[in-house]
Design a protein around this ligand. Structure first.
Ligand code: IDP
Ligand code: MG
Length: 163
């Protein structure tokens, strides 16, 4: 346990944080619980969570690398069209683990067993976003969360049985 705790109970740099959000189709289809439970059962920790309808500005910032692509405007329209469930997910290698849990961007290529491979048919409405790098995770978390919305805590099972 000592290994992963700083004095005062805070985590050392062994864990990562990633921004995840369930897109409006996941909320509208009533699949929030099923999807969140896949993240929880893997052992990762929900450090922050809220339901919100993102503004155009927030969505444009998150997807700014895609500006100019033909799917960019329709994607922004879609993601801002209804509620999303945004989360900060924390744990060892959280960024890569989440990318593997969600599956490939295009559901045609996403393997069964992944969220996209099990719940999605359409590349735009592919259910879920997860940051693709540490740098982007840091940037994206700030777009949707303030630091006081992100909690630091440790589940008792983590140190003993998971990490
Ligand atoms: P990612 O969500 O797996 O990181 P990105 O390539 O970063 O995928 O694309 C961001 C989002 O843009 C995708 O999740 C998807 O909703 C949408 N998107 C990506 N490529 C296409 C496309 O070719 N057509 C329509 N939408 C797309
Ligand atoms: Mg991406």
């Amino acid at each position: 346990m000592d290994k992963i705790l700083r004095k005062g109970g805070k985590r050392k740099g062994l864990t990562e944080r990633t921004l995840v959000f369930l897109k409006p189709e996941a909320v509208m289809r009533g699949l929030v619980g099923k999807i969140v439970s896949r993240i929880e059962r893997r052992g990762l920790t929900i450090a922050a969570m809220k339901l919100l309808q993102p503004t155009r500005k927030q969505a444009e910032k998150i997807y700014e690398v895609h500006k100019g692509m033909n799917f960019y405007e329709p994607l922004i329209d879609h993601v801002t069209s209804g509620p999303i469930l945004a989360m900060v997910i924390e744990g060892p290698n959280a960024i890569s683990i989440l990318r593997n849990i969600i599956g490939k961007t295009n559901p045609i290529e996403a393997q069964p067993g992944t969220i996209r491979g099990d719940f999605a048919l359409n590349v735009q409405k592919n259910m879920i976003h997860a940051s693709d790098s540490l740098e982007n995770a840091k940037k994206e978390i700030k777009i949707l969360f303030s630091s006081d919305e992100i909690l630091e805590y440790q589940k008792p099972t983590e140190a003993q049985y998971m990490f």
